[in-house]
Every structure is written in structure tokens, then in C-alpha cells.
Design a protein around this ligand. Sequence first.
Ligand code: KG4
Ligand code: ZN
Length: 341
Amino acid sequence: MSIYILGIESSCDDTSAAVIKDRKILANFIANQNVHKDFGGVVPELASRAHQQNIIPVIDKALRTANISKKQLHAVAFTNGPGLLGSLLVGASFAKAFSLSLGIPLIEVNHMHAHILALFIEDEHHPKHPTFPFLCLTVSGGHTQIMLVRDYFDMEVIGQTIDDAAGEAFDKAAKIMGLPYPGGPLIDKFAREGNPNAFSFPHPNIPGLDFSFSGVKTSILYFLRDELAKDPDFIEKHKADICASIQHTIVEILLRKVKKAVQDTSIKQVAIAGGVSANAGLRNALLSQEEKAGWQVYIPKFEYCTDNAAMIAVTGYFKYLQEAFAGQEVTPFTRFNSRKD
Ligand code: KG4
Ligand code: ZN
């Protein structure tokens, strides 16, 4: 018998709903919020209001596209954290009411685990899945972690950022350059035409498997301030080279630690997940390690890298198989370390 699950994601500024049949996605819709563009970042109050407006149309669209009725669903899975509290509450409240009214189980999902489990979505055009154990570099707007993944729900953080996340580093660098939020995809786009060695920024010296990006951000700020004082058109004239150099620096910082993690654990199956895994520079750097160092590299399908409900639905599926259900009293959590599962 096939299992149908509705997945709901509302942890930050994307409202998303997906329907999964076992591990196959039948529908996955995302309503992006344009209200934040002028503010240089996500405004939490605006985000929760937009979720409230988007959630029903997005779920309705997902169910219609999947061509199933509510009554066919076996469970509803929702992101319970980490994320913005007001945003999470919209998805959580909807999921609770939905499960109660249909009499189906409620499944809470950790957003960061879901980014990783997106690697297990079944797709005929993307047939490669890791086996356990593997390492996963999870890089998003709020987190940067190296996870040792022993099983679907047995994951250990073996390295993490001590300040900014990698996505934040991209976004802040872009903001310094005057690019709109979120700047990560724009840096990626302009970097394609640029020379990654045109400018160099210092690498942090952090022990073990931890990361730091605040120094890079400051050095980009000072570098551009000094160049703009000499030539006010410096950014416009060198946009591609600046973007390529910033991207090269961030990717190198990430890759060095992943190489160390491979060395420390002797695990050569390496995956990436999270919004920044959409970055072409990072994807290519990792893939080049297949030939250079004999790694097996796994990258989620492009559309499942940035926030989406398909990853919530597939995580819900694995939890459903374990009957790991939540009660109506469950409450969202904002920080990764504040809850284990
Ligand atoms: O996982 P995600 O969609 O949301 C969070 O859970 O935070 O990640 C969003 C982050 C943003 O910082 C965005 O700029 C970054 O991922 N991002 C990228 C690219 N696509 C998204 N950064 C660099 N290159 C990209 N192509
Ligand atoms: Zn995310």
C-alpha cells in the first residue's frame, strides 16, 4: 500500500506545500515572499503575515496537482524548527488543525534534517542516493554544519560555524555590493563570467571542523571601501571578478573543512544540502573531488536545495514508517540546538 503525506514548510520566507507518495513527489509548490526585497533581509513580522495569506492557496494547489483528496492522506508533516517563531507557528497551527479534523497523524520535522533527507527523494532523473554512513555539508541562510549521518534520524554535528552561516556570508557580501536580498544566487550568477583569483580575501584560522565567516565579510567591506574611494565605479566595472573572488573564498573555506572531515572520519561519501548547495561553484568544487580524491558526491536535485516542502514530506514519510508521531501539544523551536529531533 502506498503512503501519501502532505508536507508543509514555513520556517522562513517561503510558504511551501508538497504531496509525496512513498518517496516520490507528486506536487511541490512554493510561494516566495517579495515583501522583503527592499529591506536587505527577511522581516519576521511581514513573513508571518505573508505565510498566513499563502498557506491555504499553496496547500490547495499541491493537493489539486497531486490529484488526491484530503481523505487519502495518511499524515501531515510540518517544519517545527529551527526558524522564525511567527513563521513556524503558521505552518504548525495549520498542520495541527488539519490532522485533528481529518483524524490523521501529525509529524513534526526538523528543517535541517529535512534538507539532508531531500537526498533520498526518488526521482528517475536523479537516481543517486547516499548509503549510511555519509558526511553532509549543510549550508543555508541560518546554518553551516558538517553532519555525520549514521541513519535517517541518527545525525551528529561534527563541525559548525561560530558566527555567520555560509548563506549569510553570501547575502552580506552581496549587500555590501549593493545587490538586493537574497544576494547568494546573484553572486553565483555574476561569478560565472568572472576570474575567481582576481582578488583575494584572507581565510580564517579556526581549529577543528568549525567555520567562521565574519572575518571574510569584514575584509570584503574594507576592500570595497578602499577601492570605491579611489574609483566610485569600481564595483560596476569589476562586478563579475568581485563576485567570482568572493564565491571562490567562501567555497574554499567550506571545502577545506570538508576535506579535513573526510580525513578525520575516513568516510568518502560526501553530500551537500541546504540553500547554498544550489551554488554552482560549490557543486563543481565538490564534484571535482570525485576524480581528485575518490569521493562519492551527492547533491540534491536543484529544486530541493533551497527551502521547499518536498524535503519535509520525505522526512515525514521516514518518520511515518517509524510511527514517530507528534501530539497536539507540540510547539515550534527557533534554534537548532534547542531540540534534538
Ligand atoms: O536553505 P535555504 O533556502 O533557507 C534557509 O534555511 O536558510 O537557504 C537560503 C540561503 C540564502 O542565504 C541564499 O542566499 C543562499 O541560501 N543561496 C545561495 C544560492 N541559492 C541560495 N547562495 C549561493 N549561491 C546560490 N546559488
Ligand atoms: Zn533551509
